[in-house]
Write a protein that binds this ligand. Structure first.
Ligand code: FAD
Length: 509
């Protein structure tokens, strides 16, 4: 066990933040523009616009369409979920078939225009934003049933469509809760959800994928052909190896689940420690996320304190929740909302959510229950209380991993984070119209110190590549650890000149 510091960090200037003026951006208050990027984010340089003629050439090549800034919906198409990275592209290609994707890559090379690929636009760190060509995969959406077990998900499909299609088939996968997240980003970076302890993470269920590579070639990666490429796509992170136009994914029959949300407002140290330790032995049909919520500054001024809550689902056959939580936690709860034995997809209607765009930073690491002693947990809560706060609530969370996630070896797929009990993640949220740059800076400085303390609890806990943090310096080791050299080999084979690049992109050896 390492040490955990509780001191409030209130540095007034976060070094480097705001140094990146990234040029044209969506309308927002001037001061918000200072918070577009973290230090180290190598945003695409503002480029020459290739010109109307070039955009017209691209449009002629596509079955989809090209959208330019004078389009009434340009702002909607180009806005990412994290407004820190609301960089305005020069143009958007809305692709509807693999040939469109090839045409975009050829055009980008010919006109020397930088590009980024986007499906759901929910990348935390701006890796699907660019000043050049935004290759928008979202029109390339849909799901086909291949056989009783497997489905094909097209490259631009977002979660809500996956849910709808699987519901009709009476099947499920490991999936998240946010309707607008893209299946591509989710699957390529791992993919956690309440089913992961039962079936593995999303990318463990990937049986094949089709891509358009840097040279415009279309390939199918599976256990039988290009298997290293399939391995790399199972957690190697979106945007690294090519543009994935479809995924073949293993599915499971649905059953009934009990959905629960339980909140505690007193004795938080004992509650959090109790939950983390008590639930470690829960069966794999039990999926949960524990959140410690820090209310907004205004709510705290009005007397609202921190709270601990747990949200999750228990598949049929899981012991009664009261037994799993034990009498003390069960009785101590301020509020219990239980929806017992619901049909699976009806239950997901309760759990799913959409998060509209705002400003945030997320920092994550993987932990074991043994790291979370009474002292450590008390220090976590004390740190949460010392957070300066913004006009929005923030939180730190523990996603329960283990079970089937740990049955796969660290090198079996590119997703290296095996053998842990919890994925810890701290989120700081703000709204630039209300929160001053100084206040945001104070909060990010608090978060840096808090995160450093948590990461010191574990050796090799790394960070989740699907919660990318642009300020993370050791990202190669943190996201990929011993798998990084093999990922580099795959990169060298499929994209030796790094046509696909962003701030934390895998590079050839
Ligand atoms: C509100 C919210 C909720 C979330 N919930 C969960 C959750 O429950 N579980 C979980 O695991 N994660 C969750 N995430 C994280 C999410 O899985 C990742 O951010 C994911 O990468 C987003 O995928 P996207 O397609 O929406 O994002 P995008 O920003 O479109 O893409 C993400 C990355 O993949 C690349 N990419 C996109 N499409 C393709 C493609 N077709 N081929 C190749 N590369 C591509 C992009 O260039 C970018 O680098 C959540 C994120 C948010 C903001």
């Amino acid at each position: 066990m390492g040490t955990f510091e509780t001191a409030t960090a209130r540095r007034s200037i976060l070094k480097g933040l705001g140094a990146l003026a990234v040029g044209a951006s969506l309308p927002m208050p001037a001061r918000a523009q200072q918070f577009l990027a973290d230090p180290g984010v190598e945003l695409h340089p503002q480029t020459h616009n290739p010109g109307k003629g070039a955009w017209a050439d691209l449009a002629r090549e596509l079955k989809g369409n090209v959208v330019l800034p004078d389009d009434p919906f340009f702002g909607d198409y180009s806005r990412p979920n994290n407004l820190r990275y609301a960089t305005r592209p020069a143009g958007i290609a809305r692709c509807i078939r693999a040939e469109d994707v090839s045409a975009c890559l050829k055009w980008a090379k010919k006109t020397n225009t930088p590009f980024a690929v986007r499906s759901g636009g929910h990348n935390y760190a701006g890796f699907s934003t660019t000043h050049g060509l935004l290759i928008d995969m979202s029109p390339m959406a849909g799901i086909t049933k291949l056989d009783e077990q497997r489905v094909e998900i097209r490259g631009g499909t977002i979660n809500s469509l996956v849910y709808k299609a699987l519901e009709r088939m009476g099947r499920t996968v490991t999936h998240g809760r946010c309707d607008g997240v893209g299946a591509a980003g989710f699957l390529l970076g791992g993919g956690i959800g309440f089913n992961m302890r039962l079936y593995g993470i999303g990318s463990d269920l990937m049986r094949g994928t089709e891509l358009v590579l840097a040279d415009g070639e279309r390939v199918s990666a599976s256990a039988d052909s290009h298997k290293e490429l399939l391995w790399a796509c199972q957690g190697g992170g979106g945007g690294n190896f090519g543009i994935n136009t479809s995924f073949t994914v293993e599915t499971y029959p649905v059953s009934t689940v009990t959905v629960f949300e339980i909140t505690w407002t007193r004795d938080l140290e004992r509650v959090l420690h109790g939950l983390l330790h008590q639930l470690q032995t829960a069966p794999n049909g039990f999926g949960s996320k524990i959140s410690v919520t820090v209310p907004s500054r205004e709510d705290r001024r009005l007397g609202k304190g921190l709270s601990v809550s747990i949200l999750g689902q228990a598949h049929a056959g899981t012991p009664p929740l009261a037994d799993l939580f034990g009498p003390w936690l069960w009785e101590q709860a301020e509020k219990r909302s239980i929806h017992a034995d619901m049909p699976y997809w009806q239950a997901q209607d309760i759990l799913s959510e959409e998060t509209f765009p705002y400003y945030y930073r997320e920092q994550s690491t993987f932990l074991n229950t043994g790291d979370l002693t009474e002292t450590v947990v008390a220090n976590l809560i004390a740190s949460g209380k010392a957070m300066p706060g913004t006009s929005m609530a923030s939180a730190f969370k523990f996603f329960q991993v283990g079970g089937a996630v740990n049955k796969v070896g660290r090198k079996d797929t590119a997703f290296v984070h095996r053998g842990y009990d919890w994925l810890f993640s701290s989120e700081v949220n703000w709204w630039a119209l209300k929160d001053s740059p100084t206040l945001v800076t104070e909060n990010l400085a608090w978060q840096d110190k808090f995160y450093a303390g948590v990461r010191a609890l574990t050796t090799g806990g790394g960070a989740y590549q699907n919660f990318p943090d642009a300020s993370l310096k050791d990202w190669k080791a943190a996201y990929y650890a011993e798998n990084y050299p093999d990922l580099q080999k795959v990169k060298e084979a499929v994209d030796p000149t790094s046509l696909f690049r962003f701030a934390q992109a895998i590079t050839p050896r």
